[in-house]
Design a binder for this molecule. Structure first.
Ligand code: NDP
Length: 471
């Protein structure tokens, strides 16, 4: 046995991860169901001068035997049934103490199920969230590890080495048992949906309210990337807005159809948040916005009914838009982290919030300067909600008036702001000591005798309500 680690699944992500592992000096045995992909990988590894550190194996049993025991075997195949099939095929060849490290976009409940299935067989199971796409896989992704702690220690040197680095610190960490890693990856994606939607809403005001062309918008995003909003998504927004179509010479963004796709991780984040009773309105708004966007023909018809939106020029400034985006983002992250904190409690994971913010600082799609501030703030003491973490209270006090101004202007100017307005309403609901649920409770007791609480008098009280029968 000569390989430090094995890897199965040589499509985009797997082949790049294998090259990354080889480049860091570890020997990696590789295998793929279709042999053609192995041939392609061999050629690529050779072209990159990494063939000395890669061992291609066309036979699964032979592949497993090539890996040093206790074995760490990464599987990077299509999420869903293929992962279960792969586990079944591997099992006869594994020995107690070996570990399967599944790095695809699996649903955390599937990961938890596989972890529970393999535990009695003494086979470790690590469910690992990998973010950063193709480039991240090759040069350093953010790696969120969950599962068998014992086997994690065997794989730790390799996974730590291949992850992105932020100021020299690896963006890879063990987060908790079972499905913890994939849960955190799912919420990462939910937060990503929120970030992208809020950026799109701000772009809408620039385009239709301030009359800016894509080039002018691009310049603003490039400028913002030097400030508190500095992040990968703001950076690529600048590039997307700057791109020109080869065929027509027009800005590419003006030609792209306004229908957003989705693969489900945002929706799952929103569903889980609702199931756990944690409001994540920014993620919900972002998922809803994508779904609405995809109903293009309905929207076209509805515009025919109501007429074009009356988008008179707005008096919001670019400085307001920048601060509004920052405030919206703080609320969205507060919600995402609250979902993680609740899952930690519910599943007994002890998820480390400061560490999660840390490993998202580089490599992943939501990487940003903001996450560095967030990890430092959480490191001083994890609060129930980011909105009451002192460093963020300061930023929020400075920026929420702009969010207010922008959402108000959007309402008057007939701009949709599903995500930013949801963030603002969440903030306003969260920070008010006296809300309006007293009325809701009164109604619930009226029609369903659900009871209400009066301080100093008890919890399961009822009103004497008039009868509405026969009216
Ligand atoms: P795909 O999701 O396109 O999966 C293709 C790979 O899965 C091939 O190696 C294929 O083998 C293998 N496969 C499919 N079905 C089976 C099966 N029944 N048994 C054995 N192998 C099978 O590859 P990607 O590289 O795009 O993604 C891999 C994982 O990483 C997915 O879970 C994806 O969601 C996740 N991911 C992807 C990112 C991306 O940017 N692409 C980013 C982050 C995560 P064969 O060649 O024989 O068909």
């Amino acid at each position: 046995s000569t390989a430090d680690i094995g890897l199965i699944g040589l499509a985009v992500m797997g082949s790049n991860l294998a090259l990354n592992i080889a480049e860091k000096g570890y020997t990696v045995a590789v295998h793929n169901r279709s042999p053609g992909r192995i041939d392609e990988f061999v050629a690529e590894a050779k072209a990159q001068g990494l063939d000395g550190k890669t061992i291609p194996k066309y036979d699964l049993a032979d592949f497993v035997q090539t890996v040093k025991a206790p074995r760490s075997i990464i599987i990077m195949v299509k999420a869903g049934q293929p992962v279960d099939d792969m586990i079944e095929q591997l099992l006869p060849h594994l020995e107690p103490g070996d570990a399967i490290i599944e790095c695809g976009n699996s649903l955390y409940t599937d990961t938890q199920r596989r972890f529970d299935y393999l535990k009695p067989k003494n086979i470790g199971y690590l469910g690992v969230g990998v973010s950063g796409g193709e480039e991240g896989a090759r040069h350093g992704p953010s790696i969120m590890v969950g599962g068998s702690k014992e086997q994690w220690h065997n794989a730790e040197p390799v996974l730590t080495a291949i992850a992105a680095k932020f100021n020299g610190e690896s963006c890879c960490a063990y987060l908790g048992e079972g499905g913890a890693g994939h849960f955190v990856k799912m919420i990462h994606n939910g937060i990503e949906y929120g970030d992208m939607q809020m950026i799109a809403e701000i772009y809408g005001v620039m385009r239709d309210g301030l009359g800016m062309d894509p080039k002018a918008c691009a310049n603003v995003f490039q400028e913002w990337n030097k400030g508190p909003l500095n992040s990968y998504l703001i950076e690529i927004t600048g590039h997307v807005l700057d791109a020109v179509d080869d065929q027509t010479g027009k800005p590419l963004v003006d030609l792209i159809l306004d229908k957003a796709g989705q693969k489900g991780t945002g929706m799952w984040s929103a569903v889980v948040a609702q199931q756990m009773g944690v409001p994540a309105t920014a993620i919900e708004g972002a998922v809803a916005a994508r779904s609405l966007s995809s109903r293009k023909s309905e929207r076209v018809a509805a515009e025919g009914v109501y007429g074009k939106p009356n988008r008179a020029k707005t008096d919001v400034t670019l400085a307001d838009l920048e601060k509004a985006l920052l405030a919206g983002k703080i609320v969205s992250y507060a919600q995402g982290f609250a979902v993680i904190a609740k899952a930690s409690e519910e599943f007994g994971w002890s998820l480390p919030l400061a560490t999660i913010a840390k490993i998202w600082r580089a490599g992943c799609i939501i990487r940003s300067r903001f996450l560095d501030q967030m990890s430092s703030a959480y490191a001083k003491g994890e609060a129930v909600n980011l909105l009451v973490v002192p460093d963020f209270v300061t930023i929020m006090k400075d920026s929420h008036p702009s969010l207010r101004k922008v959402v108000a202007a959007a309402a008057i100017g007939e701009f949709p702001m599903i995500c930013l307005s949801a963030s603002l309403s969440y903030f306003d609901s969260y920070r008010q000591a006296q809300g309006t649920a007293n009325l809701t409770q009164g109604q619930r007791d009226f029609f369903g005798a659900h009871g209400f609480e009066i301080e100093g008098r008890g919890t399961d009280l009822h009103g004497t309500w008039p009868s509405t029968l026969g009216k």
